[in-house]
Design a binder for this molecule. Structure first.
Ligand code: PGA
Length: 261
């Protein structure tokens, strides 16, 4: 795990955007795993700007989103279909047929989840997975207690996550209880993971994920087993890390042979 502490969410998003851009330039047919929520918004803006201003080409890229609410139509303002359309897909040149998001209206959810797994496998697996971190430590919508070997499936949200996400729903709309999410086993098969977490509200989940024991009670901690995981956080999200000074020293003093951003 490489822990990179930056002074602001903007600066961390810039580093993340450079990593994604490099991945797409080096392998134009990259398979990207995408996340939703407040955290990756700036990253998507920066990638869209790189597309417009510098011709970053997504035309051969395939994408798989982590999750979607069960029961929400793709046009629902809080659906992740709509989020992705508004925050990213409408601003870059990803081919529609290579965009994949779990279908929250699927009639046969287990069959849909199995087909989603198969599609990831047939695309050659995910090259780079963007991840947010729930304040309860979830990855995707893999809530605490999720099997560390889980695959794409239905999950029930914790009250904490439903409270956290209520801000995306207008007054009177209930946050769904059920979702489809890629599993932790699915996420762990990506070749590289980029975990982004910003703000004080994430500090505890970041500390437990980075320095705590690996446990299903903190799904983010499973990344300690990932061979290529980068954790991009701002100083507030890093505030409970006991080795923050060490991570900062390491990042600032990377020998040139080790610099990959
Ligand atoms: P957030 O959510 O980016 O809206 O904080 C992160 C997550 O739930 O993974």
């Amino acid at each position: 795990m490489e822990v990179i502490i930056l002074s602001s969410p903007e600066e961390a998003s810039e580093v993340a955007a450079r990593l994604v851009a490099r991945q797409v330039r080096e392998k134009p047919e990259s398979v990207l795993g995408l996340a939703t929520g407040g955290t990756p918004c700036k990253l998507y803006q920066l990638l869209a700007r790189m597309h417009r201003a510098r011709g970053l080409d997504f035309s051969k890229v395939t994408t798989f989103n982590l999750d979607e609410y069960i029961g929400l139509d793709p046009s629902h303002p809080a659906s992740y279909h709509r989020f992705m359309e508004e925050n990213f897909f409408s601003n870059v040149n990803i081919a529609r047929e290579r965009i994949h998001i779990p279908d929250g209206l699927a009639h046969d959810v287990p069959a849909h989840c199995a087909a989603y797994e198969k599609a990831i496998h047939e695309a050659g697996n995910i090259d780079l997975q963007i991840l947010g971190l729930g304040s309860d430590g979830h990855l995707g919508f893999n809530e605490p207690g999720s099997s560390l070997a889980s695959r794409t499936r239905i999950k029930t949200l914790t009250e904490r996550t439903r409270d956290d996400n209520a801000r995306f729903f207008t007054d009177g709309q209930e946050v769904p209880h059920h979702v489809i999410t890629m599993g932790l086993g699915t996420i762990m098969e990506s070749r590289m993971c980029l975990l982004l977490a910003f703000g004080k509200g994430k500090a505890q989940a970041v500390a437990a994920s980075v320095e705590g024991p690996v446990t299903a009670s903190v799904p983010g901690s499973l990344l300690q087993f990932h061979p290529r995981a980068k954790v991009l956080i701002d100083t507030e999200a890093a505030s409970l890390l006991t080795r923050a000074n060490y991570y900062q020293w390491v990042y600032k003093n990377k020998p040139t042979w080790q610099i990959d951003l």
